[in-house]
Design a protein around this ligand. Sequence first.
Ligand code: NAD
Ligand code: IPM
Ligand code: MN
Length: 353
Amino acid sequence: MTSHRIALVPGDGIGREVTPAARAVLDAAGTRHGVRFRYDEFDWSCERYLAEGAMMPADGLDRVRHHDALFLGAVGAPGVPDHVSLWGLLIPLRRGFRQYVNLRPIRVFDGLESPVRGARDVDFVVVRENVEGEYSEIGGRLNRGLPGELAVQEAVFTRPGVTRVVDFALDLAARRRGKLTSATKSNGIVHTMPFWDEIVAERAAAKPEVDVESEHIDALAAKFVLDPGRYDVVVASNLFGDILSDLAAAVAGGIGLAPAANLNPEREFPSMFEPVHGSAPDIAGRGIANPIGAIWTAALLLDHLGHAEAAAGVEGALAAVLAKTRLRTPDLGGTATTVGFTRAVLDELGGAR
Ligand code: NAD
Ligand code: IPM
Ligand code: MN
């Protein structure tokens, strides 16, 4: 039997509520498909920061370097500034493990109402650059408290950094419906984007089987709402991809639905799987978080570890519960709990509880 070692970081807020759902689904899918998961759980979180002064230990990356994958719930809690929780945990993991692709698929499931009228046949993937771009470490705040106070941050786009994510997106598009949309802002204002566009054009020329278009980020955001069915793969810089992926999730019904995979495609390091949403302090502790994003993320993990059939089974079970039942968590207008919805998915997966 194949066996995998997974590092679980439930994190904060609803991260702790949706991670058990993902774990139960991994176990159930594993039982069906002859895969065994072993877990090591880490308490890296804002609570740890408040108790010990650090989100994770200094050798945190070394402790999970040899796991087959990481699953992260969410980080962030009131009382701890976000820059502490993010630069202290999430960003070092993504960067330290060179997870330069953030893969964020979305689809409108049958039985789920999209807030967008007529949104049907929506099935696309945002490929977000995940380690550079607008989220650079160059810059800071100056003259705090003075009248001339200012903040600067240099966006850093490197040729290798853009090339590798664009190539990943082109390959993915070639395996899907053959269409790639590049999110840009090339109309002369932002210096980095004509550079991005040049690399997209060069790499697209090497992959003629993919139909490549570029759209300005502002117009693209509007088209995500007006005509979301036209997209297949969308490649975007770090910040553009962040915004587009929440927008895409909203088009599909809400941000609690959306999964994400932070991938190190070369597999030099473990990849990290986490739903798109955050720790949702406004609903944390009530047992009503939508587990769909986390469960779908578990499917991405299965796929990454070579279990495509098991992954399809999990996505199919989610789709079946949404199509056959009225079970919905409150963010989708229902009264189901996290545990109740997850139980239905487990039942659908075949009595593996
Ligand atoms: P958020 O995603 O936590 O919440 C936004 C809104 O969506 C809230 O109203 C929340 O209740 C709702 N929501 C999110 N996920 C849901 C789910 N699964 N089910 C039902 N409702 C859900 O974003 P935010 O409010 O901008 O950020 C809150 C905290 O999370 C901050 O500290 C932020 O830094 C952090 N954050 C972390 C990650 C991550 O760990 N990957 C991602 C985004 C935000
Ligand atoms: C996400 C989150 C993070 C990001 C934040 C919390 C830094 O919004 O994973 O989408 O912007 O990458
Ligand atoms: Mn985000």
